[in-house]
Design a protein around this ligand. Structure first.
Ligand code: SAM
Length: 290
């Protein structure tokens, strides 16, 4: 097996990492979804400090990272040189002014050189990729040390009360897009999964995060910041929300779940998958087809 490359003396700047890349590269398929549903994303999907710390720990000693499916820049460590890769212009426009450079592109064809960063990060995005296998092969190609994914365990997500009791159709339209954790662990070299229990007051309002705040699902703005509700046919989403509203008003939701209002954190399936890249041979098109 080939050995590790020598450590760079300093982290490359974002500009160096993307030299020669066409920043206007088009990414039509994925761009379409988030150019429409990504409007108003940043204020509702505010990065949660506790999750940011867990992801920073997972990134480890890396000083340069590519954030794939970077969206508005959530969870990019401020102490790393970051290049953000994102297909949607709507999402890129919501990045803070101080954030690193954003390149338009998709995970399946990263416009980056081999071994150009210490770590590749992909947060709440792999379920949107048209080809997860190609995307993961690309992450392992460009990263020297680690790949860090934040994703959902579909087995737990489908048991979330909002899915199981109000919108079981989400299993087909959304949950089915998440690769199983077992598949990810088999596909990525040296991979392990870390459970992240979601705090009841998590500031990042992704769908499963609202497990203790049922009233939040009644707010159309909050629903609009999560793809699961967009992917659901409108009449089905409306029926689910109406039933939840009626159950809340009548006390039926609390009769079943009042204990959740007194619970501080819950495992709803959020997983940090960390792959350790040890040799170049490990990282060449090794991810098997799903
Ligand atoms: C739920 S958002 C997550 C954004 C950000 N990582 C965060 O945690 O807030 C999913 C992101 O994945 C991006 N995306 C969709 N398909 C993609 C693909 N094939 N390659 C890279 N990113 C993609 C979307 O444009 C969107 O910005």
């Amino acid at each position: 097996m080939a050995g590790r490359e020598a450590e760079p003396e300093r982290p490359p700047s974002g500009r160096e990492m993307t030299t020669g890349v066409d920043n206007e590269m088009q990414a039509p398929a994925a761009e379409a979804l988030y150019d429409s549903i990504g409007v108003g994303y940043a204020p509702l999907r505010r990065p949660d400090g506790r999750l940011a710390r867990a992801l920073r720990e997972a990134i480890g000693a890396a000083t340069s990272i590519v954030n794939v499916g970077a969206g508005a820049g959530s969870y990019e460590p401020p102490d790393c040189a970051v290049v953000a890769l994102e297909p949607s212009a709507t999402m890129i426009r919501q990045r803070p002014a101080a954030a690193g450079p954003a390149v338009r592109g998709v995970a399946e064809a990263l416009p980056l050189a081999d071994d150009c960063v210490d770590a590749a990060l992909a947060v709440f995005t792999i379920h949107h990729w048209a080809d997860v296998t190609s995307g993961l092969n690309e992450l392992t190609r460009v990263a020297r040390r680690r790949v860090v994914l934040l994703t959902m365990d579909p087995r737990l997500l489908e048991q979330h009360w909002v899915v199981a009791e109000y919108a079981p159709e989400i299993r087909q339209t959304h949950v089915a897009s998440f690769p199983s954790i077992a598949w990810l662990l088999g596909a990525l070299p040296g991979a392990r999964a870390v459970e992240w229990e979601v705090p009841a007051d998590c500031s990042d309002l992704f769908m499963a995060a609202l497990w203790a705040r049922p009233e939040a699902y009644l707010d159309p703005a909050i629903r609009s910041a999560t793809s699961a509700w967009h992917q659901l046919p409108a009449p089905i989403a409306r029926r689910a929300v109406e039933r939840l509203g009626a159950d809340l008003e009548a006390g039926r939701w609390d009769a079943r779940h009042a204990n959740l209002r007194r619970t501080s954190t819950l495992d709803v399936g959020v997983r940090i998958v960390i792959a350790e890249l040890t040799a170049t041979d490990d990282r060449r098109d090794r991810v098997p087809r799903r």
